[in-house]
Design a protein around this ligand. Structure first.
Ligand SMILES: [Zn+2]
Length: 897
């Protein structure tokens, strides 16, 4: 609905606000509204007149308290005056007619004014009923179609059939019209319901007119209140219609039986007329008998005459006096009924029945009004209890979620600013909360999809043994992470301590050129142990200097050298989990931090901590996995109660080193910084346990889903880039987003609740990044890894415990197990990371190439049957590849996702 609203230029903001705010509270749903009504409404809204200041003033006037009060009085008069004048025996037409005519004119003016200046009133239920109600007043004004009270009434029995029909129609119209007039009472109901919206100055504040400052005071109330008012009005309208139908329209069925006659009147007049014709002298005695009969009634005859009809008018030739008549002529002529035969006429005083009838009519009307009011108020409170209070609570939560979800979303921030600058009203159609609500729901469904996809992966029904073996690595708990904590490390603070020193990795000294080092073909196996030490030393030194851990004091370099050597010594000579792996992980972290532009969201101290964690993350690794340690009851499994025993041990060994005076890297840090560095090392190393893998992938996907807009906007790598190394000339993502006015994604990654996840994922991704390198590097690492697995398998066999499938050198097919490993573990992790940091896409490209290479190897080695081949290309394998491909293509060619 908000989309097809005509555009407003800034000059008409005030008027447009007024226009938006004129939506009647009882606006009917537009579903059933005919097309041309909608077009007419729309045309009216777009017209110059509608947007003119005159129309705006009229609107304001119609909504003012003064006009509302006057209209309410006019309505009260229109409702009760006709019956009240009967009760009060008003015997002349002038003043009731004057009052009723004035009311009618006022209603007509209001009807016209609202129809022309309020598009929402046009063709609404209220306009219909107002028209009927206003038109109905012609039956209450004597000079139009009403009853002339100065003339006696002719009962219906003698009138011609056509006249009966007319009376029937007019009575029906009058009953229906009174119903129409009654609907105006609904406005009174609204006033009562809105009473709590009146401020101290008495200025009327309908919910639609709430000023922005009030929104700030009651941020949660607005939309709930608007919904409540709408709901209340819709319900009240229906209850009112039902009440009016029952109280006013149901008696219409009586109209079919109308006229209802008191036969005694006709019978007596006929009897007297007969006597008068045949035995004129007995007329008076007959009249006396009639007077005696009616003496016990509340009504009776008071005059009688002989005569004849001339053009439907009875001309009396002789009046009869002194026949003991009890009644006298009524004050109000219209209460006198003339009952006649062609030759005789008796006039009855019907004032008491007429009064009773008027009183009953008044009572029924008051009763109807009371019921409508009571039910409206009762409904309003029910609506408040049932809908508004829960809605307010729910919307409060939605706002909180939205605040978190959209904290970094420039779209919503932009909208809020726009709303603030335009002083927008809380019209339900364009309420910010509604947009937020929709967006939150969208987010939640995306987040639910993330969950569902993870559950789907865990469905092991048609997996082969390798894949189940891989999944069994994901043993351990999946309980919620505890890493979402804020921490005191302030990037700016630590940055301000010292200017960053340009890293000098002394790569050339180690025989590695910078391009190779930064590429995915960098192979630590090419380095000698001494070169490994040197490289680590230089990497650590430059980062420690940047982080102001080292400030050039004497002995620092020696300490670092000792530390690196100690770490090197701490790694046993395993096929895979050795110092080479540690250096490989550390250099991969350096690369990833460059690609992700980590300078924007991690302080130098945090980066340095991450590198220390990377170097020490597998220190003391015995060459067996956690499952084995638990199975054999190893002392580590005993010590750490089977909960990540290896990772706990790595942390402990690393910190034993860091506690020694000769390797005390963090000795110069303040207590707070030291604690923070320790927290980072411990958390990130503990999260290298594969048992944490699934949850990490899920959390990364959630992080992306929650901030998709902001990340998408800022992701604009240069089109056609083949390599993703950051170039010096290219502005950083942060600067780009500043230049383009978008939200800075670094704010997302540096938010306290996300930073630890980001660091954990960097270390973990580096730890398992072997399958995402150039083919020869990947293959070399895969061989080392399986060598270690098989060694464990041999141990398992010799100890007589079950051999884990991946460790069984007799059964395992190497290429096939690698395909499964990439498919289930590595590709979801890298996919999630590439969404967050598109510059990492090169790892994705390598993964998809390598999976093809493993496939070829597998086909060469096993010569699989058609069936097996088909099974090897399941959707679950293709999907991650497609995701990479899409991702890479869009990043490379479209500059975004
Ligand atoms: Zn590792």
């Amino acid at each position: 609905m908000g989309l097809d609203r005509p555009k407003q230029d800034s000059g008409t903001t005030k008027r447009s606000r007024a226009r938006l705010s004129t939506a009647p509270l009882g606006d009917e749903p537009k579903v059933g509204m005919c097309n041309w009504c909608h077009h007419l409404r729309f045309a009216l809204q777009g017209s110059d007149f509608y947007n003119s200041s005159f129309a705006w003033r009229v609107r304001q006037l119609m909504q003012s308290r003064c006009v509302s009060t006057i209209m309410m009085l006019a309505l009260a008069v229109a409702l009760v005056l006709p019956d009240l004048s009967k009760l009060m025996d008003v015997s002349q037409n002038v003043w009731p007619d004057t009052v009723m005519t004035m009311s009618m004119v006022m209603f007509t003016c209001e009807l016209l004014a609202l129809s022309l200046t309020d598009a929402n009133y046009l063709f609404s239920f209220f306009q219909c009923m107002d028209m009927v109600g206003t038109a109905s007043m012609v039956f209450d004004i004597s000079f139009l179609m009403g009853v002339d009270v100065a003339e006696p009434t002719l009962p219906d029995q003698d009138t011609a059939q056509s006249r009966v029909m007319l009376l029937r129609a007019s009575r029906a119209a009058r009953v229906g019209a009174r119903a129409g007039r009654l609907t105006r009472i609904l406005r009174l109901c609204r006033c009562l319901i809105d009473l709590d919206d009146e401020d101290s100055s008495g200025k009327r504040r309908k919910i639609e007119q709430l000023e922005p400052k009030d929104e700030a005071q009651h941020p949660k109330r607005n939309i709930a209140k608007v919904i409540s008012v709408r709901l209340g009005n819709l319900l009240a309208t229906r209850v009112a219609c039902l009440t009016i139908f029952l109280a006013m329209v149901m008696p219409l069925f009586d109209v079919m039986a109308f006229p209802q006659k008191d036969l005694s009147l006709d019978a007596w007049v006929g009897q007297v007329s007969y006597t008068n014709e045949h035995e004129e002298a007995a007329t008076v005695s007959e009249l006396r008998k009639m007077a005696k009969f009616f003496a016990h009634h509340s009504y009776g005859p008071f005059a009688a005459c002989k005569g004849h009809l001339v053009h439907d008018k009875f001309v009396c030739s002789e009046w009869y006096q002194d026949w003991d008549q009890v009644n006298s002529a009524p004050v109000r002529n219209a209460s006198a009924w003339m009952v006649r035969t062609p030759t005789f006429q008796v006039i009855f005083d019907m004032s008491r029945p007429v009064k009773v009838k008027a009183a009953v009519a008044l009572l029924s009307m008051l009763f109807t009004v009371c019921i409508m009011l009571c039910f409206s108020i009762a409904l309003s409170s029910v609506v408040t209890d049932l809908a508004v209070t829960p809605l307010e609570r729910m919307l409060g939560t939605v706002r909180e979620i939205a605040a978190t979800v959209f904290r970094f979303s420039s779209i919503v921030i932009g909208q809020q600013e726009e709303e603030e600058s335009q002083s927008e009203t809380t019209d339900i159609d364009n309420a910010g909360e509604m947009i937020l609500l929709e967006k939150v729901v969208e987010k939640l469904s995306a987040i639910a999809a993330v969950h569902a996809s993870i559950e789907h992966v865990l469905d092991t029904e048609d997996m082969d043994e390798e894949n189940i073996g891989i999944l069994s690595m994901l043993h351990g708990d999946h309980t919620s992470r505890s890493s979402f904590r804020s921490h005191p490390l302030d990037k700016e603070r630590s940055q301000s301590r010292i200017l960053r020193i340009t890293p000098d990795l002394s790569l050339e000294a180690n025989g590695v050129d910078e391009e190779t080092f930064n590429s995915l073909r960098f192979n630590v196996f090419d380095l000698t142990p001494l070169q490994l030490n040197k490289m680590t030393f230089h990497v650590m030194l430059s980062h420690a200097s940047s982080a102001a851990i080292f400030n050039g004091a004497h002995g620092e370099e020696a300490l670092l050298q000792t530390f690196v050597s100690a770490v090197h010594k701490g790694y046993p000579d395993n096929p895979f989990h050795n110092f080479c792996h540690a250096v490989d992980v550390q250099t991969t972290i350096v690369k990833m931090m460059k690609l992700t532009e980590a300078d924007d969201f991690l302080s130098h101290l945090e980066q340095c901590s991450l590198l220390v964690a990377g170097l020490g993350h597998d220190i003391g690794h015995p060459g067996f996995n956690n499952g084995f340690l638990s199975e054999v009851g190893h002392e580590l499994a005993m010590k750490y109660n089977d909960r990540s025993p290896l990772e706990n041990m790595h942390c402990a060994v690393l910190y034993q080193l860091l506690a020694k005076p000769e390797t005390e890297l963090f000795g110069s840090l303040s207590d707070d910084d030291y604690k923070e560095v320790r927290r980072i090392c411990v958390e990130t190393i503990l999260h290298t346990d594969m048992a944490c893998h699934q949850n990490m992938v899920k959390d990364l996907n959630l992080l992306y889903q929650i901030h998709a807009e902001a990340l998408r906007q800022s992701a604009s790598p240069q089109p056609g880039r083949v390599t993703s190394r950051p170039s010096i000339a290219r502005p950083s993502r942060r600067r780009r987003s500043v230049l383009e006015g978008a939200t800075d994604p670094s704010q997302i990654f540096s938010a306290p609740e996300h930073k630890m996840l980001v660091m954990e994922s960097l270390l973990h991704a580096a730890d398992v990044s072997n399958p995402a390198r150039e083919w020869n590097v990947t293959q070399a690492w895969a061989d080392k890894c399986l060598e270690e697995f098989f060694a464990q398998g041999d141990q398992e066999r010799s100890r007589g415990i079950p051999v884990q499938f991946l460790n069984d050198r007799q059964k395992l097919n190497r290429p096939h197990s690698q395909i499964g490993f990439i498919e289930f573990m590595i590709s979801p992790l890298f996919a999630a990371q590439i969404w967050l940091w598109p510059n990492l896409f090169e790892y994705g490209s390598c993964l998809s190439l390598n999976i093809g290479m493993w496939q070829e190897l597998w086909e060469e080695e096993t010569d699989p049957s058609e069936d097996e081949l088909e099974k090897a290309y399941p959707v679950k394998l293709i999907l991650p590849l497609c995701r990479f491909w899409n991702c890479c293509v869009s990043v490379c060619f479209y500059g975004g996702r």
